[in-house]
Design a protein around this ligand. Structure first.
Ligand SMILES: *Cc1c(COP(=O)(O)O)cnc(C)c1O
Length: 463
């Protein structure tokens, strides 16, 4: 029987996982090849070398099941890892549910989210290969802060293209990056061809993640000592995040419990993948019966309303073309408060798992998400990030369903970060100014016409 007294499960240093888990060789079918944006032929390591270090390119394409976490990375992780696994006893009581609710809390990292798990790893490998500077994008500022912190640890210069609307609305995230020594620009800028092209057409453009990615990639591709770094979506990013799920498996064993359903919020898919992929392994290889549920906003419903198609990762069309769930690369996000969930695409690994019916997805409107956030804060004392609150909404709904059905249900979700920099969104919620928004499916149908044309049959798996 699960332990009835504990609320927090941690691990000793000797128990800590020493490797990341790579799900790629265990997937039910191979990932579709990544294609070059100009030639539309599969990319090789040399195509990616201008923007990524070789070690990360190797991880991106790896067929190894486990990749050892380098000792210097584990030393940095040790500052906040293992992140705690909590049993949400007060929330259970508040909901009066027979369900047992557990959450893994990634807000304990110095910048308050899961993102340093990969930022630290990426900078380690870049520095090993003599890279001096990293260009990147950030939306709400969480990725930029993570990379800025890791840059300070590893002595590397960090240049951040921050989506203009966030740059203006979230000055504290910008100041945090500056405190760590990073340079931050409001994107679109006049520093890159990509930015200048957008501004020429629309001088008041408020930016998007897709545009900021175009700018950062351009800087990396045109400077020898500079590489690019992405905080979600790519295989190596999901790989680094699996530390979350590997810890959770060990922590749940201490609780003598096992989840029926594992939940995450999904923007590009990395925090959710980090938690679920080790459990996906348990389902695919060891026959464990576990459901997986991705929670996304109705304003940016990549999996629930998007199409599974080849599309660009950025707005301008500079990045490789990948097969994923997408709303279209020129998606202009409506102004919702879960900035980290406003990306048009979804990690190819998560997309394939959704397409195969292994990962379910549901979309949630933002008012109900903030209702759940506030209920959770009052029960557990943690103010969640608006992104993470989508997972809370899904977890509470599961717990209420279990109550309705009068059944025990074990729910595990990822609390990807805290919301201390998002209080203006809470202020709007308390003032009754938040509105729900459903992204129209017609917009996706229309965007499909602008997606790159790819002769998929030519690259069919196994060819
Ligand atoms: C960036 C971010 C997300 C969304 O990104 P994923 O790659 O989908 O995890 C979710 N939660 C928090 C707290 C974030 O910072």
């Amino acid at each position: 029987m699960p332990d009835k007294t504990h609320i927090k499960y941690i691990l000793d240093e000797s128990e800590m996982p020493k490797a990341w888990y790579n799900v790629v060789p265990d997937l039910p079918r191979p990932l579709s090849p990544v294609l070059h944006p100009a030639t539309k032929q599969p990319v090789g390591p040399d195509d990616l070398a201008p923007i990524f270090p070789m070690a990360l390119i190797a991880q991106e394409m790896s067929q190894e099941n486990y990749i050892e976490i380098p000792e210097p990375v584990r030393q940095v992780y040790a500052q906040w890892r293992p992140s705690p696994l909590f049993r949400a006893r007060r929330l259970e009581k508040m909901l009066d549910t027979p369900a047992r609710i557990y959450y893994k809390y990634e807000g304990v990292s110095p910048v308050g989210s899961h993102k340093p798990n990969t930022a630290v790893a990426q900078l380690f490998y870049n520095r090993e290969e003599g890279v001096r500077k990293i260009a990147t994008e950030t939306g709400a500022g969480q990725w930029g802060s993570s990379l800025a912190m890791a840059g300070a640890f590893f002595g590397m210069e960090i240049e951040v293209f921050m989506v203009k609307v966030s740059y203006q609305q979230k000055p504290y995230r910008r100041n945090m990056m500056e405190a760590f020594g990073a340079t931050v620009h409001a994107s679109p800028t006049d520093l890159t061809n990509a930015g200048r092209a957008i501004l020429a057409k629309d001088p008041d453009n408020m930016g998007s993640l897709g545009i900021a990615i175009s700018e950062a990639v351009e800087v990396a591709a045109t400077h020898d000592d500079t590489k690019y770094s992405l905080g979600s979506v790519l295989n190596h990013v999901l790989l680094h995040q699996t530390i979350i799920g590997e810890e959770a498996l060990l922590q749940l064993a201490k609780a003598d419990d096992y989840p029926d359903v594992v939940i995450g919020c999904a923007g590009g898919g990395s925090n959710m993948a980090g938690l679920i992929l080790p459990f996906v392994r348990e389902r695919l290889k060891n026959g464990k019966q576990i459901r997986f549920l991705a929670a996304e906003p109705t304003a940016c419903p990549s999996m629930t309303k998007g199409v599974y198609a080849y599309d660009y990762g950025d707005t301008v069309g500079m990045t490789p073309i990948v097969k994923m769930y997408t709303l279209g690369h020129d998606f202009m996000p409506p102004g919702i408060h879960a900035g980290g969930l406003r990306y048009h695409g979804m990690a190819p690994i998560m997309s394939l798992l959704h397409e195969e019916g292994i990962v379910d997805a549901k979309a949630y409107p933002q008012v109900g998400v903030f209702d759940a956030a506030v209920q959770f804060a009052r029960a557990e004392g943690i103010i969640p990030a608006p992104e993470s609150a989508h997972a809370i909404r899904a977890a509470i709904d599961e717990a209420l369903e279990a109550k309705e059905a009068g059944e025990e249900r074990v729910i595990l979700f990822n609390l990807s970060g805290h919301g201390h920099f998002d209080m203006s969104a809470y202020a709007q919620y308390f003032a009754g100014q938040l509105e729900d928004y459903e992204y129209p499916v017609e917009a996706v149908v229309e965007a499909q016409h602008r997606m790159p044309e790819v002769d998929e049959a030519a690259f069919a798996a196994g060819d």
